[in-house]
Design a protein around this ligand. Structure first.
Ligand SMILES: C[S@@+](CC[C@H](N)C(=O)[O-])C[C@H]1O[C@@H](n2cnc3c(N)ncnc32)[C@H](O)[C@@H]1O
Length: 270
């Protein structure tokens, strides 16, 4: 399946869950924006922005002291982002673009951000080189990627169930998520793309997982929409039952599950 189609099929799920997922989104945005050194007055590009994280949170934070461009391959994602930003005084500017060929002049952004997008791009050196090209001297890019699958309980448990039940379709949707769990390839590509200082910061978070609630449903729908859309309502309900039993069997008394990610901080010399 082409990446564009995967994400076009996923827009509804991402838009439906976006507000409900604001708190986990914030726990990821904060270290990403801190490490990027985003400050008032900056012009910031968010690539693979989807329905709007981190660009929506950031544009609210910056207010009129800065500006944010939100770009994504899939125009429908940006239509959803616009809807989500309706009540915002300072919404990001949405621009449809493949991150391998950005439609921006050289050197115009202070920061470039990418939250969970780079792993879906075939040619990451080209995408990173584009980020470098549009950054001003002294600028920086911050790129969030997932850590090892085994350290991401939600993805891992859902993945085991879906791979057992649906085989290759589930494997195809899950595998790209962990493409940079080992940071070596991304670090090497950043050097080849011309970044001069490169830092890898692994992060571990805990996300609430109340055993009596389907805490796994947003992740299921956002990561696996193309697979779910082929299921009848009965098949979907039966799958939900199997997943609930899987998590109940695993449950401990912490009501939190581990999330592992890392931020790659890529800087340009002045
Ligand atoms: C997992 S979502 C992340 C969205 C958002 N950054 C977030 O964290 O909520 C991945 C996004 O990458 C976008 N994407 C995939 N390939 C892309 C490409 N080549 N250029 C730009 N965006 C791309 C998809 O359309 C999708 O919106």
């Amino acid at each position: 399946m082409a990446e564009g189609q995967r994400w076009a099929d996923s827009v509804n799920a991402w838009e439906n869950w976006a507000d409900g997922m604001a708190s986990p989104a914030d726990r990821i945005n904060r270290p990403l924006l801190d490490l990027a050194g985003v400050q008032s007055g900056q012009h910031v590009l968010d690539v693979a922005a989807g329905v709007g994280e981190p660009s929506l949170s950031l544009s609210q934070m910056l207010g009129d002291g800065g500006s944010v461009v939100a770009s994504d391959l899939v125009p429908a994602m940006l239509v959803a982002l616009r809807r989500r930003a309706r009540a915002h005084l300072h919404p990001p500017l949405p621009v449809a673009a493949d991150m391998g060929a950005l439609p921006f002049a050289d050197g115009i952004f202070d920061r470039a951000l990418c939250r969970f997008g780079l792993m879906f791009v075939p040619d990451i050196i080209a995408a990173l080189a584009e980020m470098r090209r549009v950054l001003r001297p002294g600028g920086a890019a911050a790129i969030a990627v997932w850590g090892p699958r085994a350290d991401n309980t939600l993805f891992n448990r859902l993945g085991m169930r879906l791979e057992a039940d649906y085989g290759a379709t589930a494997v195809r949707l899950l595998a790209p998520l962990f493409r940079f769990a080992d940071p070596a390839a991304l670090l090497a590509a950043a050097g080849q793309a011309g970044f001069t200082s490169i830092r890898h910061v692994p992060l571990s978070l805990l996300t609430p997982a109340r055993a009596d609630l389907p805490f796994w449903l947003p992740t299921l729908e956002m990561a696996f929409s193309p697979l779910l859309s082929d299921l009848t309502p009965d098949a979907r309900a039966a799958l939900h039952g199997r997943i609930a039993r899987d998590f109940a069997a695993d449950a401990d008394d912490t009501e939190r599950v581990p999330v592992a990610l890392s931020v790659h901080l890529l800087r340009l010399g002045t």
